[in-house]
Write a new protein. Structure first.
Length: 331
């Protein structure tokens, strides 16, 4: 080997290592916007926490249409981003097309399972966390009627609703649970006006606590609940602060932890199927200065007991997605 060959080899190796060091992870938000104060914002908070703690940077994009899903994945993969994290089940088809074309890129998809050797699939036991806030809704309700407003009518959101209804019924078997979905297209995630209308309709039927699992649409639900002087329950992110003293609690879905872990693991990320539930801190309920006065010691004790029983396996919450049915709620 000549000196020039050695020099060129060393230069190539240095370029490769520099490129690897400069590779930034990427985050693709679902429709509804980065600052939806719910699901997407939880994902952003996880990425930001990683950036703040490491001093590194990440790439991101907010989608404007369904057609951009595959385009965004390919753009980030081509530019060397690794890993690439997607916030939302709707990326499944696009990722199924893209993952095989970039075998050296690691991908993480949240809320859906994609079977590929370079993909981490993260799903949550939303029904477990929803059961807890359902218990709280039943304990706080004076009318015996509570509501649920979902975003897009899909099995995942019915999973939230079913868990919630089970928690309500565990406290008050005679309670009434009113459930409505905002729509059947992705636009249902970002329609606060429709969320407000549904909230008023449920109030007219006697609901005095309403749980929103609807992305940006939920902002309208929480606002209207506060305006009409009833309690609401937030979702995904801690939304208690949005209407201090009016939001009973928020069902925390730790999407932030999933994103933070994927970015932390980086290119060495283990792929496969990951489940985040009560047992490993994936879901829970929010208690802070904004809702402390609304949550009695008795309420907290009951919910914490149920939480421990679910985590320990002695209490089972039915998962709507296991058989497309709910024992206590009709859709």
């Amino acid at each position: 080997m000549t000196m020039m060959q050695k020099f060129l080899g060393a230069t190539a190796a240095l370029a490769l290592s520099a490129g690897a060091a400069l590779a930034e992870p990427a985050l693709i938000f679902d429709l509804g916007g980065k600052f939806d104060k719910s699901f997407n914002e939880a994902a952003f908070n996880g990425a930001k926490r990683w950036a703040d703690e490491t001093g590194n940077s990440f790439r991101e994009i907010e989608l404007q249409s369904e057609a951009q899903r595959e385009q965004a994945l390919r753009r980030f993969a081509e530019s060397g981003s690794n890993p690439i994290v997607m916030a939302g089940f709707a990326f499944a088809d696009a990722l199924g097309q893209v993952a095989a074309d970039y075998p050296d890129t690691k991908f993480t998809i949240i809320d859906m399972v994609v079977d590929a050797p370079n993909v981490r699939s993260v799903v949550f036991n939303e029904h477990e966390g929803s059961y807890l806030v359902g218990m709280m809704a039943a304990q706080a309700s004076e009318s015996g009627t509570v509501g649920f407003i979902g975003g897009m009518d899909i099995p995942l959101i019915r999973k939230f609703a079913c868990g919630y209804a089970q928690g309500v019924k565990a406290v008050n078997a005679d309670a009434t649970v009113i459930a409505n979905m905002t729509g059947t297209t992705p636009a249902a995630w970002n329609d606060p006006v429709k969320g407000s209308e549904l909230t008023k309709a449920q109030i007219s039927q006697g609901a005095d606590v309403v749980y929103a699992a609807a992305g940006g649409t939920g902002v309208g639900v929480l606002q209207t609940a506060a305006d009409e002087d009833i309690l609401s329950i937030g979702v995904d992110s801690n939304q208690n602060y949005l209407h201090s003293g009016k939001v009973l609690t928020s069902m925390m879905k730790r999407v932030d932890n999933a994103v933070f872990q994927a970015f932390t693991d980086g290119v060495d990320m283990e792929t496969g199927f990951n489940v985040m539930g009560l047992a490993n801190g994936g879901v829970g309920y929010a208690l802070d200065e904004h809702n402390a006065a609304l949550v009695s010691d008795e309420m907290k004790a009951a919910v914490d007991t149920a939480s421990a029983e679910i985590a320990g396996g002695t209490l089972t919450v039915h998962d709507y997605m296991s058989d497309d049915s709910c024992p206590v709620l009709n859709f």
